[in-house]
Every structure is written in structure tokens, then in C-alpha cells.
Write a protein that binds this ligand. Sequence first.
Ligand code: HEM
Ligand code: HEM
Length: 171
Amino acid sequence: MTQYSKRMVIAHWLTLVLLIVAWYFGHELDEARHEEGAPLVGYVVHALVGAAVLLLALARLYFRSKDGVPAPIGDTPMDKVAKGVHSLMYVVLVVLPVSGVATVATSDVGKALKAWDASLLPKKFSGVFAHNIHEMLVTVLIALVIVHVLGAFMHQFIMKDGLMKRMSLRK
Ligand code: HEM
Ligand code: HEM
């Protein structure tokens, strides 16, 4: 096996797209809540996209156990770091959406959604533990993705070892 399975590749790139959309909506909601007021529908879209990220992460773990993965490209300290970053990304892809659900459940966002009344949205999330975790995990994920992408680019443009092909649909 020299490449990830087709469904692993599709799920990988779809996750990237969904993360950009989830991040954009989360950021816009945060800004809008401080300014003119955030639209409730934005919370619903953010939650649905975030939930899709969670489902895809679980699906990927299932696919990888069924389809297998290409053999490690090497065993250098950098390869070990890359493996660790992959594992941490899977953890964050599961815990981040869960912390989002917990934010809704333990803050006034839940009340606002239930009553469908945006005036009930919280002015601040002070004291909402799940929101602190959600915010922190967004930063952790961004840092992990930066390291991951720099690694991928290093393989592609400096080492030129064809690693990117492993995550591609092209044979
Ligand atoms: C991987 C998926 C997700 C990403 C990348 C993500 C990203 C973000 C970002 C960047 C923010 C703005 C920073 C902040 O206020 O903390 C945010 C806020 C928030 N997210 Fe998520 N999120 C995800 C999943 C979810 C899910 C599944 C839910 C709920 C079911 C959720 C609920 C919220 C709530 C309630 C806020 C607060 C928005 C506000 O400031 O009014 N998130 N998220
Ligand atoms: C431009 C952005 C990205 C590029 C170029 C990229 C590239 C790659 C490549 C080439 C691999 C295969 C590595 C190998 O065979 O050892 C890979 C694996 C992986 N990528 Fe990405 N990736 C990107 C974005 C992301 C994002 C946003 C995430 C999720 C947060 C992610 C999560 C993963 C994970 C978890 C694996 C390991 C798959 C497994 O073994 O199950 N990637 N990526």
C-alpha cells in the first residue's frame, strides 16, 4: 500500500474545507455578538459544520482501521513528531466539537436557541468552562495544522519524496 484509501483521502480534504467554514463562522459569531448582535442561524450553521467535522473524524478512525495506512515514510525524530501531531489532531478533531456542544449546553446560547430569541445570547462567556476549552482548542488546532502543513511542504519542496501523493486521489 503506497497511498491512503480513497475514502481516507476524501475525508482528509473535506475536513480541511469544513474546518475553514467552522472557523470562519465561529470567528464571525464572536465578533457579531460583541457588535450588532449575532444571528441565531449562524450558531446552527456553525454547530452543524462542527458536528460534521466530528463525524468525519470518527469515520476516518474507522476507515483507517479497516483500510490500513501506507507504511511510515521513515523513522527519523521528525517522522515521530509527525506521527504525534497526527494523533493529537485526531484528539482535537473529536474534543473541539464536543466542547462546542458543551458550550451551548452550559451557557445562555442554549437558552437563546431554545427560545429562538437572539436577545438572550450571552454578552460574555465568563465562567463558562467549556467555552474556555473551545477557544483554547481552536488555538491548539491551528498550531498543530501549521506544523503539519509545514512538514508536508518540506516533504514536497525540499525533500521531494512524493509524500503528498499518499494523500491524493491520483494513482
Ligand atoms: C471542529 C469544529 C469547530 C471549530 C473549528 C470551531 C471554531 C470556533 C471558533 C473559531 C469560535 C470563535 C472563538 C470563540 O468564541 O471561542 C467558536 C465559537 C463557538 N463555537 Fe465552535 N467550533 C467548532 C465546533 C463547534 C460545535 C460542534 C459547536 C456546537 C454544537 C460550537 C459552538 C460554538 C459556540 C457556542 C461558540 C461561541 C460563539 C460566540 O462567541 O458567540 N462549535 N468556535
Ligand atoms: C493544506 C493543508 C494540508 C496538507 C498539505 C496536508 C497533507 C497531508 C499529507 C501529505 C498527509 C499524509 C502524511 C503521511 O503519509 O505520513 C496527511 C495526513 C494527515 N493529515 Fe493532513 N494536510 C493538510 C491539512 C490537514 C488538516 C486541516 C488536518 C486536520 C486538522 C489534517 C490532518 C491529518 C491527519 C490526522 C493525517 C494522518 C492520517 C492518518 O494516518 O490517519 N491535515 N496530511
